[in-house]
Design a binder for this molecule. Structure first.
Ligand SMILES: Cc1ncc(COP(=O)(O)O)c(C=O)c1O
Length: 442
């Protein structure tokens, strides 16, 4: 087996928590579990194996043949790992706006990385135009995922390697109400859509499209929507790629960045799926579709890639800093052997049972305080002795650290917050300290 055979055959996971209560079950095809961490491993494999079958590429040449592609990153990772294992040189031209995590990851996978200046499709600086120009000038193989029909075949099947559409059909036992997915090149939704429609005439194929992309409007009306900004990566477009086949798609759902990123957090926390922003887009749309009563049968969507490649993006950083606020930092351990004070009512019941005179609340409080002080002092002396022994053993440089960590009742060292109960013995207000401790422990 080589790496190309490890691509595909991904699990289909049911969203048992997120889709609870909906009239249709929702499943996620876990494409983030491919070797390169995205659905694009399938595309990359298809583009390279198809070129080899046509004799355009030959593996393991000396010098190696060169593959070049304009890519937002995931196709590049797929190309890089397949190219590496088959002895090709791989060059990825990526737009400046793409998460920087992907740039270095591509280099780590052995690809050369050219970062293109910002520019729309008409600009010679556009990443796809740069890749096409360099391929032409140097006689390199342009993988051309946006227009190469082998991309659609990666999802439709028929070349002897496993494909997304047939896998989904098999995994659902041929019962599927709708397939929902975003489109970047259109290869996946067109390939899966065509495969399923040929077998299940009633199946609905729904595109999830970011607000700001024009593709959804093109599907729904035939006219491209306005070109606006959006932060989800790898999907949506301001132009229609030839691998997006309108007849394979029934309608499009428009999804905001905010909804997509909020869903990523829920997928991670509630379903155990550590995925990127576009998987959130897909799942928001899939839940909408599954809520419709005119859909009958399971709804399948795609977890397109792993979250690891988005660590540097603003939405991921905002999420990380929110989670960082919830971290719990442990205080150094200080044994608490003093007795917890019995409740007033319990003490009075015991006194009654023993035939003793029942104490007033004031007497009860005073006794409890005396007991606490005694327990506390005993503990203070024990820790004191322990710290002293450790200091005698520790090398000189370690002493300050030890001293800061273990403030003692005798007050030999200064400045410890960790042993607050013992400070009280010098100052006297045990109750305040104990209460503060109790609050902190709750
Ligand atoms: C990150 C990412 N890339 C690509 C795609 C779609 O792939 P294609 O280029 O085949 O349209 C998706 C679909 O959800 C995606 O989320």
């Amino acid at each position: 087996m080589d790496i190309t055979e490890a691509i595909g055959h991904t699990p289909l996971i049911e969203l048992k928590r997120l889709a609870v209560g909906l009239p249709n079950r929702v499943f996620v095809k876990c494409e983030h579990m491919n070797p390169g961490g995205s659905v694009k491993d399938r595309t990359a494999r298809a583009l390279i194996l198809d070129a080899e079958a046509r004799g355009v590429l030959k593996p393991h040449q000396n010098p190696p043949m060169t593959i070049i592609e304009g890519t937002a990153g995931n196709t590049g990772m797929g190309l890089a790992l397949v190219a590496g294992s088959r002895g090709y040189r791989c060059i990825c031209v990526i737009p400046e706006r793409v998460a920087v995590d992907k740039r270095v990851a591509l280099r780590q996978l052995g690809a050369e990385v050219y970062i293109a200046k910002p520019g729309g499709m008409k600009s010679p600086d556009n990443f796809r135009n740069v890749a096409a120009r360099l391929a032409e000038e140097n006689g390199w193989f342009l993988a051309n995922q946006f227009h190469n029909p082998a991309n659609v075949i990666a999802h439709y099947g028929g070349t002897g390697v496993t494909a997304t559409g047939p896998e989904i059909f098999e995994q659902t036992g041929g019962t599927i109400g709708a397939f929902v997915s975003a489109a970047g090149t259109g290869g996946m939704i067109s390939g899966v859509g065509r495969y399923l429609k040929e077998r299940l005439p009633g199946v609905k194929i729904v595109m999830a499209d970011p607000i700001g992309s024009g593709l959804g409007e093109w599907i729904n009306t035939g006219e491209l929507g306005p070109d606006g900004p959006f932060a989800v990566e790898g999907i949506g477009s301001a132009t229609v790629p030839s691998n997006l086949h309108r007849e394979a798609v029934d309608w499009a759902e428009k999804i905001s960045d905010a909804d997509s990123f909020a869903m990523v957090e829920r997928l991670s926390r509630e379903e155990g799926l550590p995925v990127g922003g576009s998987s959130g887009t897909n799942v928001v749309a899939a839940l909408r579709v599954a809520a419709r009563t005119d859909i009958v049968g399971p709804v399948v969507t795609i977890a397109a890639d792993l979250w690891d490649r988005y660590r540097s993006t603003p939405w991921m950083k905002a999420w990380e800093s929110r989670e960082a606020e919830g971290l719990v930092f442990m205080q150094p351990y200080v044994a608490k052997t003093y007795r917890s004070r019995r409740g007033f009512a319990a003490a009075r019941r015991e006194q009654l049972a023993r035939g003793e005179p029942q104490q007033s609340r004031r007497e009860h409080e005073r006794d409890a305080e005396t007991r606490d002080l005694a327990d506390h002092r005993g503990e203070a002396e024990r820790v004191d002795a322990l710290v002293l022994r450790q200091q005698q053993r520790a090398p000189a440089d370690d002493r300050r650290v030890g001293a800061d960590e273990h403030r003692t009742a005798g007050g030999r060292e200064r400045g410890a917050s960790s042993a607050r109960p013992f400070l009280a013995l010098a100052g006297g207000d045990v109750h305040r300290v104990l209460d503060a401790d109790a609050d902190r422990d709750r």
